[in-house]
Design a protein around this ligand. Sequence first.
Ligand SMILES: Cc1cc2nc3c(=O)[nH]c(=O)nc-3n(C[C@H](O)[C@H](O)[C@H](O)COP(=O)(O)OP(=O)(O)OC[C@H]3O[C@@H](n4cnc5c(N)ncnc54)[C@H](O)[C@@H]3O)c2cc1C
Length: 395
Amino acid sequence: MAADFKTIILGRGMMGAAAARHLAGMSDGIALIGPAEPADRKSHHGVFASHYDEARITRTFDDDVVWATLASRSLDRYAEIEAESGIRFYTEAGCLFAGPPAVRGEGYLGRALDVADEMRLPVKSLPPDELSRRFPQFAFNPIFHGYLENRRAGHINPRALVRAQALLAERGGVRLIDATATAVRDAGSHVEVTAGSVRYTAEKVLVAAGGFSNFNNLLPRPVDIRVSARTVAFYELGASEMEIFGGMPSTIVFGDREEDHVYILPPVRYPDGKAYLKLGGDTESRVFDTLAAASEWFRADGDKAEREHLAAIASTIMPGLKSSPITSAPCVATYTRDGYPYAGFTESPRIAVLTGGNFVAAKSSDEIGRLGAVLICDGGLGESDFGKELTPVFR
Ligand SMILES: Cc1cc2nc3c(=O)[nH]c(=O)nc-3n(C[C@H](O)[C@H](O)[C@H](O)COP(=O)(O)OP(=O)(O)OC[C@H]3O[C@@H](n4cnc5c(N)ncnc54)[C@H](O)[C@@H]3O)c2cc1C
Protein backbone atom coordinates (compact mmCIF):
# COMPACT_ATOMS: atom_id res chain seq x y z
CA MET A 1 0.00 0.00 0.00
CA ALA A 2 1.30 3.49 -0.83
CA ALA A 3 1.47 5.70 2.24
CA ASP A 4 -0.03 9.20 2.22
CA PHE A 5 3.35 10.74 3.07
CA LYS A 6 7.02 9.79 3.11
CA THR A 7 7.39 11.46 6.50
CA ILE A 8 5.02 12.83 9.07
CA ILE A 9 6.52 15.13 11.70
CA LEU A 10 4.40 15.36 14.83
CA GLY A 11 4.59 18.63 16.72
CA ARG A 12 4.63 22.10 15.19
CA GLY A 13 6.90 23.40 17.92
CA MET A 14 10.46 24.67 17.95
CA MET A 15 12.12 21.38 16.98
CA GLY A 16 9.34 19.96 14.78
CA ALA A 17 8.86 23.07 12.65
CA ALA A 18 12.65 23.37 12.19
CA ALA A 19 12.88 19.69 11.24
CA ALA A 20 10.12 20.21 8.65
CA ARG A 21 11.94 23.15 7.08
CA HIS A 22 15.21 21.24 6.82
CA LEU A 23 13.60 18.02 5.62
CA ALA A 24 11.79 19.96 2.87
CA GLY A 25 15.22 20.63 1.39
CA MET A 26 16.09 16.92 1.43
CA SER A 27 12.87 15.10 0.48
CA ASP A 28 9.29 15.51 -0.71
CA GLY A 29 6.07 14.00 0.68
CA ILE A 30 6.23 15.60 4.15
CA ALA A 31 3.42 16.53 6.54
CA LEU A 32 3.82 18.57 9.72
CA ILE A 33 0.98 17.76 12.09
CA GLY A 34 0.40 19.82 15.20
CA PRO A 35 -2.11 22.18 16.72
CA ALA A 36 -1.79 25.95 16.72
CA GLU A 37 -1.44 27.70 20.06
CA PRO A 38 -4.76 27.63 21.94
CA ALA A 39 -6.62 30.94 21.67
CA ASP A 40 -7.49 30.73 25.38
CA ARG A 41 -5.13 28.58 27.44
CA LYS A 42 -7.42 28.67 30.49
CA SER A 43 -10.20 26.79 28.71
CA HIS A 44 -8.00 24.52 26.57
CA HIS A 45 -7.95 20.84 27.49
CA GLY A 46 -5.50 19.42 24.95
CA VAL A 47 -1.73 19.56 24.51
CA PHE A 48 0.40 22.67 25.09
CA ALA A 49 3.91 23.81 24.14
CA SER A 50 6.96 25.30 25.84
CA HIS A 51 7.35 28.08 23.28
CA TYR A 52 4.19 30.13 23.86
CA ASP A 53 6.14 33.26 24.71
CA GLU A 54 7.82 36.28 23.17
CA ALA A 55 11.40 35.91 24.40
CA ARG A 56 14.00 33.21 24.95
CA ILE A 57 17.68 33.82 25.69
CA THR A 58 20.15 33.02 22.95
CA ARG A 59 23.89 32.67 23.47
CA THR A 60 26.76 30.36 22.62
CA PHE A 61 28.59 30.72 25.98
CA ASP A 62 27.81 27.40 27.67
CA ASP A 63 29.60 24.93 29.90
CA ASP A 64 29.02 22.14 27.41
CA VAL A 65 30.59 22.02 23.96
CA VAL A 66 27.69 20.05 22.44
CA TRP A 67 25.13 22.65 23.50
CA ALA A 68 27.46 25.49 22.51
CA THR A 69 27.85 23.94 19.05
CA LEU A 70 24.10 23.40 18.62
CA ALA A 71 23.55 27.06 19.51
CA SER A 72 26.35 28.33 17.29
CA ARG A 73 25.15 26.39 14.25
CA SER A 74 21.63 27.72 14.81
CA LEU A 75 22.84 31.30 15.25
CA ASP A 76 24.66 30.97 11.92
CA ARG A 77 21.27 30.61 10.22
CA TYR A 78 19.07 33.15 12.06
CA ALA A 79 19.68 35.87 9.44
CA GLU A 80 18.92 33.52 6.57
CA ILE A 81 15.64 32.36 8.17
CA GLU A 82 14.62 35.95 8.87
CA ALA A 83 15.44 37.08 5.32
CA GLU A 84 13.68 34.17 3.62
CA SER A 85 10.57 34.24 5.79
CA GLY A 86 10.31 38.00 6.22
CA ILE A 87 9.70 37.30 9.94
CA ARG A 88 12.03 38.92 12.49
CA PHE A 89 12.68 36.90 15.60
CA TYR A 90 16.23 37.72 16.73
CA THR A 91 17.41 40.69 18.82
CA GLU A 92 21.14 40.99 19.36
CA ALA A 93 20.93 42.46 22.86
CA GLY A 94 23.93 40.45 24.14
CA CYS A 95 23.98 38.00 27.03
CA LEU A 96 25.52 38.62 30.44
CA PHE A 97 26.34 36.04 33.09
CA ALA A 98 26.93 37.39 36.59
CA GLY A 99 28.26 35.29 39.43
CA PRO A 100 31.13 34.61 41.82
CA PRO A 101 34.52 34.84 40.07
CA ALA A 102 34.98 31.82 37.80
CA VAL A 103 37.70 29.29 38.51
CA ARG A 104 38.90 27.71 35.28
CA GLY A 105 37.52 24.24 34.72
CA GLU A 106 35.32 24.41 37.82
CA GLY A 107 31.60 25.09 38.08
CA TYR A 108 29.42 26.28 35.23
CA LEU A 109 31.27 29.53 34.57
CA GLY A 110 34.75 28.01 34.81
CA ARG A 111 33.85 25.27 32.34
CA ALA A 112 32.07 27.75 30.06
CA LEU A 113 35.24 29.86 29.86
CA ASP A 114 37.16 26.77 28.73
CA VAL A 115 34.52 26.02 26.07
CA ALA A 116 34.65 29.68 25.00
CA ASP A 117 38.43 29.39 24.49
CA GLU A 118 38.02 26.15 22.55
CA MET A 119 35.39 27.72 20.29
CA ARG A 120 37.09 31.14 20.18
CA LEU A 121 34.03 32.93 21.49
CA PRO A 122 34.50 36.62 22.21
CA VAL A 123 33.42 36.60 25.87
CA LYS A 124 34.51 39.61 27.88
CA SER A 125 35.25 39.18 31.59
CA LEU A 126 34.12 42.12 33.70
CA PRO A 127 35.54 42.61 37.20
CA PRO A 128 33.02 43.82 39.84
CA ASP A 129 33.64 47.56 39.40
CA GLU A 130 33.29 47.37 35.62
CA LEU A 131 30.21 45.15 35.96
CA SER A 132 28.41 47.69 38.13
CA ARG A 133 29.53 50.62 35.96
CA ARG A 134 28.30 49.04 32.74
CA PHE A 135 25.08 47.64 34.18
CA PRO A 136 23.80 50.16 36.73
CA GLN A 137 20.26 48.72 36.55
CA PHE A 138 21.49 45.75 38.62
CA ALA A 139 22.51 45.57 42.26
CA PHE A 140 24.60 42.41 42.14
CA ASN A 141 26.51 40.94 45.03
CA PRO A 142 29.66 43.18 45.13
CA ILE A 143 32.00 40.23 44.63
CA PHE A 144 30.27 39.16 41.41
CA HIS A 145 32.07 39.20 38.09
CA GLY A 146 30.43 39.48 34.70
CA TYR A 147 30.95 37.42 31.54
CA LEU A 148 29.54 39.22 28.55
CA GLU A 149 28.87 37.89 25.07
CA ASN A 150 27.97 40.96 23.06
CA ARG A 151 27.61 39.56 19.57
CA ARG A 152 25.61 36.54 18.41
CA ALA A 153 23.68 36.64 21.68
CA GLY A 154 20.54 38.23 23.07
CA HIS A 155 17.04 36.89 22.64
CA ILE A 156 14.75 35.30 20.11
CA ASN A 157 10.99 35.37 19.86
CA PRO A 158 10.09 31.66 19.96
CA ARG A 159 6.57 32.12 18.59
CA ALA A 160 7.93 34.10 15.64
CA LEU A 161 10.70 31.57 14.99
CA VAL A 162 8.17 28.71 14.88
CA ARG A 163 6.01 30.79 12.52
CA ALA A 164 9.00 31.43 10.26
CA GLN A 165 10.04 27.77 10.22
CA ALA A 166 6.50 26.58 9.44
CA LEU A 167 6.08 29.18 6.70
CA LEU A 168 9.33 28.17 5.01
CA ALA A 169 8.50 24.49 5.41
CA GLU A 170 5.14 25.03 3.75
CA ARG A 171 6.78 27.01 0.97
CA GLY A 172 9.16 24.08 0.53
CA GLY A 173 6.22 21.74 -0.09
CA VAL A 174 5.43 20.51 3.44
CA ARG A 175 1.71 20.05 4.15
CA LEU A 176 0.72 21.69 7.43
CA ILE A 177 -2.10 19.93 9.25
CA ASP A 178 -3.64 21.66 12.24
CA ALA A 179 -4.44 18.64 14.43
CA THR A 180 -3.39 16.74 17.54
CA ALA A 181 -2.26 13.16 17.06
CA THR A 182 -4.02 10.71 19.34
CA ALA A 183 -2.19 7.53 18.33
CA VAL A 184 0.80 6.34 16.31
CA ARG A 185 1.14 2.69 15.27
CA ASP A 186 3.79 0.86 13.29
CA ALA A 187 1.68 -1.22 10.90
CA GLY A 188 4.59 -3.20 9.47
CA SER A 189 5.08 -1.64 6.04
CA HIS A 190 4.11 1.87 7.16
CA VAL A 191 3.06 3.93 10.18
CA GLU A 192 -0.49 4.98 10.98
CA VAL A 193 -1.09 8.32 12.68
CA THR A 194 -4.53 8.93 14.11
CA ALA A 195 -5.67 12.49 14.73
CA GLY A 196 -9.21 12.44 16.08
CA SER A 197 -11.35 10.75 13.44
CA VAL A 198 -8.74 11.08 10.66
CA ARG A 199 -6.01 8.55 9.92
CA TYR A 200 -2.83 9.40 7.99
CA THR A 201 -0.15 6.97 6.85
CA ALA A 202 3.56 7.55 6.32
CA GLU A 203 6.74 5.60 5.63
CA LYS A 204 8.33 7.26 8.68
CA VAL A 205 7.21 9.38 11.60
CA LEU A 206 9.28 11.84 13.64
CA VAL A 207 7.74 12.56 17.04
CA ALA A 208 8.71 16.09 18.14
CA ALA A 209 5.98 16.78 20.68
CA GLY A 210 8.19 18.38 23.36
CA GLY A 211 7.05 17.68 26.92
CA PHE A 212 3.98 15.92 25.52
CA SER A 213 5.93 13.24 23.62
CA ASN A 214 4.97 10.48 26.07
CA PHE A 215 1.26 11.27 25.98
CA ASN A 216 -1.31 10.29 23.35
CA ASN A 217 0.47 6.98 22.50
CA LEU A 218 2.87 8.64 20.09
CA LEU A 219 5.82 6.32 20.82
CA PRO A 220 6.07 2.51 21.01
CA ARG A 221 7.68 2.91 24.46
CA PRO A 222 7.90 6.05 26.61
CA VAL A 223 11.10 8.02 26.20
CA ASP A 224 13.04 8.70 29.41
CA ILE A 225 12.18 12.35 30.03
CA ARG A 226 11.29 14.35 33.12
CA VAL A 227 8.61 16.92 32.41
CA SER A 228 9.17 19.55 35.03
CA ALA A 229 7.02 22.54 36.05
CA ARG A 230 8.47 26.01 35.60
CA THR A 231 6.99 29.31 36.74
CA VAL A 232 7.94 32.59 35.13
CA ALA A 233 7.36 36.05 36.59
CA PHE A 234 6.44 38.97 34.36
CA TYR A 235 7.02 42.57 35.38
CA GLU A 236 4.94 45.09 33.48
CA LEU A 237 7.14 48.10 32.82
CA GLY A 238 6.09 51.72 32.50
CA ALA A 239 8.07 54.46 30.77
CA SER A 240 10.39 55.14 33.74
CA GLU A 241 11.26 51.45 34.20
CA MET A 242 11.85 51.18 30.44
CA GLU A 243 14.45 53.94 30.84
CA ILE A 244 16.23 51.77 33.39
CA PHE A 245 15.88 48.31 31.87
CA GLY A 246 15.27 48.98 28.15
CA GLY A 247 18.92 48.61 27.14
CA MET A 248 19.86 45.60 29.28
CA PRO A 249 21.18 42.37 27.81
CA SER A 250 19.68 38.95 28.45
CA THR A 251 21.08 38.13 31.88
CA ILE A 252 21.76 35.02 33.91
CA VAL A 253 22.60 35.46 37.58
CA PHE A 254 24.16 32.74 39.69
CA GLY A 255 23.02 33.12 43.28
CA ASP A 256 24.74 31.63 46.31
CA ARG A 257 22.44 28.60 46.26
CA GLU A 258 21.34 26.72 43.14
CA GLU A 259 17.70 27.63 43.79
CA ASP A 260 18.65 31.31 43.65
CA HIS A 261 19.90 31.16 40.03
CA VAL A 262 17.72 33.28 37.78
CA TYR A 263 17.57 34.24 34.13
CA ILE A 264 16.18 37.60 33.06
CA LEU A 265 14.85 38.62 29.68
CA PRO A 266 15.04 42.30 28.75
CA PRO A 267 11.65 43.95 28.33
CA VAL A 268 9.86 43.07 25.10
CA ARG A 269 6.40 43.95 23.89
CA TYR A 270 3.77 41.24 24.29
CA PRO A 271 0.60 40.73 22.23
CA ASP A 272 -1.40 42.82 24.75
CA GLY A 273 0.71 45.82 23.68
CA LYS A 274 2.53 46.10 27.05
CA ALA A 275 6.26 45.71 27.72
CA TYR A 276 7.22 42.98 30.18
CA LEU A 277 10.55 42.03 31.71
CA LYS A 278 10.60 38.30 32.44
CA LEU A 279 12.35 36.45 35.23
CA GLY A 280 12.58 32.72 35.77
CA GLY A 281 14.46 30.25 37.90
CA ASP A 282 15.48 26.66 37.96
CA THR A 283 13.59 25.16 40.89
CA GLU A 284 11.55 22.07 40.30
CA SER A 285 8.32 22.06 42.28
CA ARG A 286 6.55 19.26 40.38
CA VAL A 287 6.93 16.78 37.55
CA PHE A 288 4.16 15.53 35.27
CA ASP A 289 3.51 11.97 34.15
CA THR A 290 0.06 12.34 32.68
CA LEU A 291 -1.51 14.48 30.00
CA ALA A 292 -4.25 15.55 32.41
CA ALA A 293 -1.75 16.84 35.01
CA ALA A 294 0.47 18.66 32.48
CA SER A 295 -2.55 20.18 30.78
CA GLU A 296 -4.02 21.35 34.08
CA TRP A 297 -0.69 23.02 34.97
CA PHE A 298 -0.77 25.03 31.72
CA ARG A 299 -4.28 26.28 32.49
CA ALA A 300 -3.12 27.81 35.81
CA ASP A 301 -0.74 30.71 36.53
CA GLY A 302 2.27 28.86 37.85
CA ASP A 303 3.34 28.16 41.41
CA LYS A 304 2.62 30.92 43.95
CA ALA A 305 5.60 30.11 46.20
CA GLU A 306 7.96 30.12 43.20
CA ARG A 307 6.59 33.45 42.06
CA GLU A 308 7.23 34.90 45.52
CA HIS A 309 10.73 33.44 45.52
CA LEU A 310 11.44 35.06 42.13
CA ALA A 311 9.97 38.37 43.32
CA ALA A 312 12.23 38.33 46.39
CA ILE A 313 15.32 37.81 44.20
CA ALA A 314 14.16 40.49 41.77
CA SER A 315 13.68 43.03 44.54
CA THR A 316 17.31 42.49 45.61
CA ILE A 317 19.02 42.55 42.25
CA MET A 318 16.68 44.92 40.37
CA PRO A 319 15.38 47.48 42.88
CA GLY A 320 14.11 49.59 39.96
CA LEU A 321 11.28 47.09 39.55
CA LYS A 322 9.70 47.86 42.93
CA SER A 323 6.62 49.62 41.52
CA SER A 324 6.03 47.28 38.59
CA PRO A 325 2.98 45.00 38.68
CA ILE A 326 3.92 41.32 38.64
CA THR A 327 2.06 38.37 37.13
CA SER A 328 3.16 34.79 36.51
CA ALA A 329 2.69 32.02 33.98
CA PRO A 330 3.37 28.28 33.69
CA CYS A 331 5.67 26.37 31.37
CA VAL A 332 7.34 22.95 31.34
CA ALA A 333 10.99 22.02 30.89
CA THR A 334 11.70 18.59 29.41
CA TYR A 335 14.83 16.93 30.80
CA THR A 336 16.60 13.90 29.36
CA ARG A 337 18.80 11.45 31.22
CA ASP A 338 22.16 12.90 30.04
CA GLY A 339 21.06 16.48 29.57
CA TYR A 340 21.23 16.39 25.75
CA PRO A 341 18.26 16.36 23.42
CA TYR A 342 17.16 13.00 22.08
CA ALA A 343 17.35 12.43 18.31
CA GLY A 344 17.07 8.79 17.29
CA PHE A 345 14.85 5.90 16.31
CA THR A 346 12.64 3.98 18.70
CA GLU A 347 12.43 0.19 18.66
CA SER A 348 10.48 0.70 15.41
CA PRO A 349 12.70 1.47 12.39
CA ARG A 350 9.89 3.71 11.15
CA ILE A 351 9.29 5.89 14.25
CA ALA A 352 11.92 8.34 15.50
CA VAL A 353 11.88 10.85 18.33
CA LEU A 354 13.24 14.41 18.62
CA THR A 355 12.68 15.97 22.02
CA GLY A 356 14.33 16.95 25.31
CA GLY A 357 15.02 20.66 25.27
CA ASN A 358 16.45 20.52 28.82
CA PHE A 359 15.23 24.11 29.41
CA VAL A 360 17.75 25.55 26.92
CA ALA A 361 16.83 24.42 23.41
CA ALA A 362 14.89 27.35 21.95
CA LYS A 363 18.06 29.07 20.72
CA SER A 364 19.40 25.80 19.28
CA SER A 365 16.14 24.51 17.85
CA ASP A 366 17.08 25.14 14.24
CA GLU A 367 20.14 22.89 14.45
CA ILE A 368 18.27 20.28 16.50
CA GLY A 369 15.59 20.32 13.80
CA ARG A 370 18.24 19.84 11.13
CA LEU A 371 19.52 16.81 13.03
CA GLY A 372 15.96 15.42 13.07
CA ALA A 373 15.79 15.82 9.30
CA VAL A 374 19.19 14.13 8.78
CA LEU A 375 18.08 11.30 11.07
CA ILE A 376 14.99 10.67 8.93
CA CYS A 377 16.95 10.83 5.66
CA ASP A 378 20.05 8.89 6.66
CA GLY A 379 18.66 6.61 9.37
CA GLY A 380 21.14 7.88 11.98
CA LEU A 381 23.48 10.70 13.01
CA GLY A 382 27.25 10.72 12.62
CA GLU A 383 29.88 11.86 15.09
CA SER A 384 29.94 15.49 13.93
CA ASP A 385 26.17 15.53 14.47
CA PHE A 386 26.52 14.11 17.99
CA GLY A 387 24.82 10.80 17.15
CA LYS A 388 26.16 9.16 20.31
CA GLU A 389 25.31 11.98 22.71
CA LEU A 390 21.80 12.38 21.30
CA THR A 391 20.84 8.68 21.38
CA PRO A 392 17.43 8.43 23.05
CA VAL A 393 16.90 6.40 26.20
CA PHE A 394 13.56 4.63 26.60
CA ARG A 395 11.80 3.41 29.71
C1 LIG B 1 9.91 28.99 31.13
C2 LIG B 1 10.86 28.53 30.07
C3 LIG B 1 11.90 29.36 29.70
C4 LIG B 1 12.80 28.92 28.73
N1 LIG B 1 13.81 29.77 28.39
C5 LIG B 1 14.66 29.41 27.41
C6 LIG B 1 15.68 30.31 27.01
O1 LIG B 1 15.78 31.44 27.53
N2 LIG B 1 16.51 29.94 26.00
C7 LIG B 1 16.39 28.72 25.40
O2 LIG B 1 17.19 28.44 24.49
N3 LIG B 1 15.43 27.85 25.76
C8 LIG B 1 14.57 28.16 26.74
N4 LIG B 1 13.56 27.31 27.11
C9 LIG B 1 13.47 25.98 26.46
C10 LIG B 1 12.72 25.97 25.15
O3 LIG B 1 11.57 26.79 25.16
C11 LIG B 1 12.34 24.53 24.84
O4 LIG B 1 13.54 23.74 24.94
C12 LIG B 1 11.75 24.37 23.45
O5 LIG B 1 10.53 25.03 23.35
C13 LIG B 1 11.56 22.88 23.16
O6 LIG B 1 11.12 22.72 21.83
P1 LIG B 1 10.26 21.45 21.44
O7 LIG B 1 9.99 21.55 19.98
O8 LIG B 1 10.88 20.22 21.98
O9 LIG B 1 8.89 21.63 22.26
P2 LIG B 1 7.72 22.67 22.05
O10 LIG B 1 8.25 23.97 21.60
O11 LIG B 1 6.91 22.60 23.30
O12 LIG B 1 6.89 22.05 20.86
C14 LIG B 1 6.22 20.82 20.96
C15 LIG B 1 5.03 20.88 20.02
O13 LIG B 1 4.41 19.59 19.99
C16 LIG B 1 3.02 19.79 19.87
N5 LIG B 1 2.36 18.57 20.30
C17 LIG B 1 2.31 18.04 21.54
N6 LIG B 1 1.59 16.90 21.54
C18 LIG B 1 1.19 16.70 20.24
C19 LIG B 1 0.39 15.72 19.60
N7 LIG B 1 -0.14 14.70 20.29
N8 LIG B 1 0.15 15.83 18.26
C20 LIG B 1 0.69 16.87 17.57
N9 LIG B 1 1.44 17.84 18.13
C21 LIG B 1 1.68 17.75 19.45
C22 LIG B 1 2.74 21.00 20.72
O14 LIG B 1 1.54 21.60 20.29
C23 LIG B 1 3.96 21.87 20.47
O15 LIG B 1 3.73 22.82 19.46
C24 LIG B 1 12.65 27.68 28.10
C25 LIG B 1 11.60 26.84 28.47
C26 LIG B 1 10.72 27.26 29.46
C27 LIG B 1 9.62 26.33 29.86
